[in-house]
Design a protein around this ligand. Structure first.
Ligand SMILES: [Zn+2]
Length: 148
């Protein structure tokens, strides 16, 4: 594992869980991603569709990314069962995506994980590689603390 490789020579940004596990490689920057609007109040970032999700780290970052899949989640464990979150306008079924190492909730997807649906990321759970040394603390919303 080369967790701390210098990404400055790559067109892709890499992000880590707060435990330093490499979890995201993307052609986007988190700052540029749109956020979910009201009435969803978790401020989640919307990672565009065609994201590959892998539970292993054996996959080569550069190979995992292409024009059609500009983002790759690595070392991420989707929950088997969705949680139901109440919104002001109804209910939403979410499958939480956890860090494969420390189980921190990094984001979620709606019901079944599919390459064609967006993945939502919790900005408080991700640290850019270059920010790793700052010791950021997690900001996990209350609903994400629910476990089934
Ligand atoms: Zn972690």
């Amino acid at each position: 594992m080369d967790d701390l490789q210098d990404s400055s020579s790559s067109p892709f940004k890499t992000y880590h869980c707060l435990c330093s596990n490499l979890v995201l490689a993307t052609a986007h920057t988190l700052e540029s991603l749109p956020r979910r609007n009201e009435p969803v109040q978790d401020n989640a970032l919307i990672l565009p569709p065609a994201t590959s999700i892998s539970v292993s780290s054996d996959i080569e970052t550069e190979d995992a990314l292409s024009q059609s899949t500009p983002s790759a989640l690595l070392n991420v464990l989707p929950d088997r069962r969705p949680i139901v979150v109440q919104r002001e306008d109804g209910f939403e079924k979410r499958i939480l995506l956890r860090c494969g190492r420390c189980r921190l909730v990094l984001g979620y997807a709606m019901t079944a994980l599919q390459g064609s649906s967006p993945v939502y990321l919790l900005p408080g759970s991700l640290v850019e590689t270059s920010e790793m040394s700052k010791g950021t603390r997690p900001e996990v919303p209350a609903w994400a603390e629910q476990t089934t």
